[in-house]
Design a protein around this ligand. Structure first.
Ligand code: NAD
Length: 484
């Protein structure tokens, strides 16, 4: 089963920060894969703009190396690389000064789709917006793409929104959360709203609880300085986990349209109860076999920043009253795995003997490393051993369903960049959503700071602090195992 590729319209995509880590690891390899898939029109151009002094040839060389290192297994035939590299240009530019802007203005065309990707720190968003306007590079058709972190609290997020709103309409701003670009995340909406099977059961009457886990095996080494000022709450919960929570909990939008979807997501965030600190576990990883603990990696021997967080949340509305949501995320965990698990309630009455055991349906949505879904269904254990029940997963793993073409599933960045070119904002965060998420997050962080809360230590390679297990056990529940 190969997906149909529809080429997008001609465009100029300017990547500010086009020499940076994100551009080299994700954006450019992603664009290359779209080129190989035949989605890029002949008339598309990609313009790197950054501080380094180099010319087109130097940039093409840099991008070639990045693609070889980061593009993974390619569906591209030999020799196609040069076709892609020919589309690349480079302009040395200073976001805070005047250097390079006149050259960029000469290069960018006015009669094709224009998109500006701000792959730079948020401190430069306002400068870039201002200079794009000043140099006549904008009108109400251009699109801008901004990266996380979108603020570090409500006040800074509001300031960024104000800076951008001074130059662009909300319909022109694409705030990236790459989790929303994952195939399974979109499939979650397809499964919920495209089938009759699930939606009637999608409420507190039938669902016992929902778990969202985003576990990483890596520590913060290499970006410890940045991470230490952020922590898991700001770095993961406020954006990625909150977005997943919204998609799983939202009401059906009236249509699959950017504002209809985002209105419903916003309602979920606004219906979140303030979280009680008894329902939060913060953790910090201890020393692993390499001897480095979190504080060593963060280069801050007195750090109280959390590298793990688990919490129980409630959504105060008719659909979810009484159904808890358990969220957990951490660094240096036992496996790299992002998964949403919907645990249904027990059947109201068991007609089977006690030996049949207790069984529950579970829908599990894996986001990484292997995107797919499984639905645990209870059946009779085969054989003559009496009426014993077992849970069997109905597996909907995309790799299996797609067979040899599984690699063709685009990476989240590829999909999102093509959505920018197509002008579809459905999978991007709207300014009011981001602000609502910070408005919920800020008091939680303020309370830790007021109490000088010390995170609980946990062993690298584990599932986090024991208190996180207790958070579930207290409620008679348990986390699904973290597995790849
Ligand atoms: P980086 O430090 O590797 O690259 C920064 C880029 O910005 C470089 O190309 C540099 O030349 C350019 N730049 C810096 N100051 C400039 C100026 N005054 N004028 C013009 N260009 C300037 O950073 P990165 O890791 O690529 O991250 C870029 C943004 O993306 C950041 O906001 C980061 O938080 C976000 N982000 C990065 C990742 C990642 O995996 N690297 C993931 C998610 C979000």
């Amino acid at each position: 089963m190969v997906s149909r590729v529809i080429p997008v319209d001609p465009f100029d995509l300017v990547i500010f920060g086009g020499t940076g880590d994100l551009a080299r690891r994700k954006i450019l390899p992603g664009l290359f894969r779209r080129f190989c898939a035949g989605q890029m029109p002949d008339d598309a151009r990609i313009i790197g703009a950054a501080r380094s002094d180099m010319d087109d040839a130097g940039y093409r060389d840099m991008v070639r190396k990045a693609i070889v290192e980061f593009a993974g297994k390619l569906a591209c035939e030999d020799g196609t690389m040069n076709g892609f590299l020919d589309k690349l240009h480079y302009v040395p530019i200073d976001a805070r000064g005047e250097a390079g802007w006149a050259d960029l203005a000469k290069l960018v065309r006015g009669d094709v789709i224009r998109a500006y990707y701000f792959s730079v720190g948020p401190g430069l968003f306002g400068d870039l917006a201002e200079r794009l306007t000043k140099h006549g590079l904008t009108d109400d058709t251009v699109r801008i793409v901004v990266e996380k972190p979108f603020g570090r609290d409500l006040a800074s997020a509001k300031a960024l929104n104000r800076d951008l709103a001074a130059h662009f309409d909300e319909s022109q701003i694409y705030r990236i959360d790459h989790y929303l670009g994952k195939e399974t995340v979109q499939n979650l909406m397809a499964v919920r709203f495209g089938n009759m099977l699930f939606e009637p059961l999608w409420n507190s009457q039938y669902i016992d609880h929902i778990q969202i886990t985003v576990a990483e095996t890596v520590g913060v080494g290499g970006r410890g300085g940045y991470y230490d000022k952020s922590g898991a709450m700001r770095d993961m919960v406020q954006n990625h986990l909150m977005q997943l929570l919204c998609l799983i909990a939202m009401e059906p939008p009236s249509k699959f349209d950017p504002d209809a979807v985002r209105d419903e997501k916003l309602k979920v965030i606004r219906a979140l109860d303030p979280v009680d600190h008894h329902h939060i576990v913060r953790g910090q990883y201890g020393a692993g076999p390499d001897g480095a603990d979190y504080r060593t990696d963060a280069e801050n021997p007195r750090s109280f920043t959390e590298s793990f967080i688990a919490m129980r949340l409630h959504i105060s509305n008719w659909r979810w009253a009484g159904t808890p949501f358990y969220l957990r995320t951490g660094k240096r965990m036992k496996a790299r795995s992002s998964e949403i698990t919907v645990v249904f309630k027990d059947a109201p009455h068991s007609i089977f003997d006690a030996e049949a055991g207790r069984h529950r349906n579970m829908l599990s949505i894996q986001l990484q490393p292997n995107e797919g879904m499984t639905l645990d269904v209870t059946i009779k254990e085969p054989g003559p051993g009496g009426m014993r029940l077992v849970d069997v997963p109905l597996d909907m793993t995309f790799a299996d369903a797609l067979g040899p073409d599984a690699e063709e599933v685009p990476d989240a960045y590829e999909r999102l960049i093509m959505d920018v070119i197509r002008g579809n904002q459905t999978l991007f965060m709207r300014g009011d959503e981001v602000e609502a998420a910070w408005a919920w997050t800020d008091p939680v962080i303020a309370e830790w700071e007021a109490r000088n809360d010390v995170p609980k230590p946990y062993d690298p390679g584990s599932t986090g602090p024991d208190d996180a297990l207790m958070l579930m056990h207290r409620d008679g529940r348990r986390w699904r195992d973290i597995r790849t």
